[in-house]
Ligand binder design. Structure first.
Ligand code: SDX
Length: 374
């Protein structure tokens, strides 16, 4: 006995990565050395997806080739479409996403090839097809016809097109693009570490991403953006917010969208996402959620010194964009597939089976009594 247990691997460094880092000196999350805020200001999501997957920002020629491949792979197989059609309409879209990626794994001709090049090709197929599968379910469960992807549309525009049949104004698309950039990667968060753990036995990328989606669904992780919206809907009006949050704290409730394992004085992605939440609230002329947002945030910081994380502003932003609440975390998925894929490829490149120890606290050794004596 006596081994020190680090529950939740809190504060434990288990491996190295070159994909992203929170740099305290600039108080920013960086992807391959570029600050996320800088990327939001100067790039569109496809450029950042390329950066995370390939290690550098693309030039125009490389971006054109990447976009062409992403758009070419948007096509779903007939069998995947028929499977999505058979999924229960009440299924949670995160379970639809996980199942669709599993089916893609059954169909992918390179499933058994874990080489970096094959994994990159497979990650592009998962990256391109998952939004199409999700949008198909989005339409089907409302009794509507599936809308096919359009090659001339960007990744963000195409998702709106397939869900709603139209592309909103460029400022709304930009806000969505920014949310995808901010959601793309965040080092060894629980879903990424899940993907790396699955990969460490040399299992395949479809299985690793299926496991990562299952992990992201949890309300302590990606599922928080959905829970933030449920909280805001319970509060209903700004005048209820102060009472509501004080009651929640008195009941020692966990307030969704707040706190973080790594950021203890504020998630560096929040200021940027909060700015775009404000832009979308202005365009949609719905300031109610912004008022609730600010009241709850002030109480959490003043009373508990607990700051919002990226899920807090993204929830109401996606609501104002018109997405169903249970589609908020699937949007996190279509972005984070890039980060997960990069980590899966990195894990393969320097792999060591991930197998921690446990401190045993069960029964001491004892003899087995035969059944008639028990
Ligand atoms: C994401 O890791 C990543 O990078 C994740 C992510 C990514 O990009 O991949 O950033 C995305 O998942 C963001 C987090 C989304 N989750 C939520 O918003 C759920 C609510 N947050 C909490 O569950 C919590 O903050 C965690 C789980 C996110 C982190 O918690 P820790 O690091 O395990 O710390 P803890 O739960 O032990 O909290 C420390 C103290 C506790 O109080 P005491 O028991 O010491 O008195 O702070 C309190 C907690 O009760 N606390 C909260 C709180 N978060 C922490 N109290 C109320 N509401 C909260 N949200």
């Amino acid at each position: 006995m006596g081994e020190e247990i680090k529950k939740g691997l809190m504060g434990v460094t288990v491996d190295e990565t070159s994909i992203s880092k929170v740099m305290p000196e600039i108080n920013s999350l960086t992807y391959r050395g570029y600050a996320a805020q800088d990327l939001c200001a100067k790039c569109k999501f496809e450029e950042v997806a390329y950066l995370i997957l390939n290690g550098d920002l693309p030039n125009s020629k490389e971006l054109k080739k990447f976009e062409k491949e992403e758009r070419k792979e948007r096509k779903l197989s007939k069998s995947l479409i028929s499977i999505i059609k058979q999924m229960p309409k009440k299924s949670h879209p995160m379970d639809v996403a996980r199942t669709a990626v599993s089916v893609m794994g059954l169909e992918d001709k390179e499933t058994t090839d874990n080489s970096p090049k094959a994994n990159l090709r497979k990650s592009m197929r998962i990256f391109s097809k998952t939004p199409v599968a999700l949008a198909a379910f989005y339409r089907l469960r409302k009794g509507k016809k599936i809308i096919s992807p359009k090659k001339k549309l960007s990744f963000a525009e195409n998702f709106f097109h397939m869900c709603f049949g139209k592309v909103p104004n460029k400022d709304i698309v930009k806000a969505f693009d920014v949310s995808l950039i901010l959601y793309a990667e965040h080092s060894f968060n629980v879903s990424t570490f899940t993907a790396r753990t699955i990969t460490s036995s040399l299992s395949d990328i479809h299985g690793a991403i299926t496991g990562a989606i299952a992990s992201l669904k949890g309300p302590l992780h990606g599922g928080a953006n959905e829970e933030v919206m449920h909280m805001m809907n319970k509060i209903k009006k700004p005048e209820n917010a102060l009472n509501w949050i004080n009651n929640a704290l008195n009941k020692k409730a966990v307030v969704m969208g707040f706190g973080h394992r790594v950021y203890k004085s504020g998630d560096s992605r929040v200021p940027t996402m909060r700015e775009y939440f404000g832009k979308v609230a202005k365009i949609t002329k719905d300031k109610k959620f912004e008022k609730i947002y600010d009241i709850v945030e002030k109480v959490m910081i003043d009373k508990k010194n607990i700051h919002p994380n990226v899920d807090y502003p993204t929830g109401p932003t996606y609501h104002l964009m018109g997405f169903d609440t249970d589609f908020f975390t699937p949007i996190f998925v279509i972005s984070r597939i890039t980060g997960w894929s990069a980590h899966i490829i990195e894990q393969h490149s320097t792999n060591k089976l991930i197998r921690p120890l446990a401190a045993y606290n069960g029964s001491q050794h004892r003899q087995v009594q035969s059944l008639k004596d028990r």
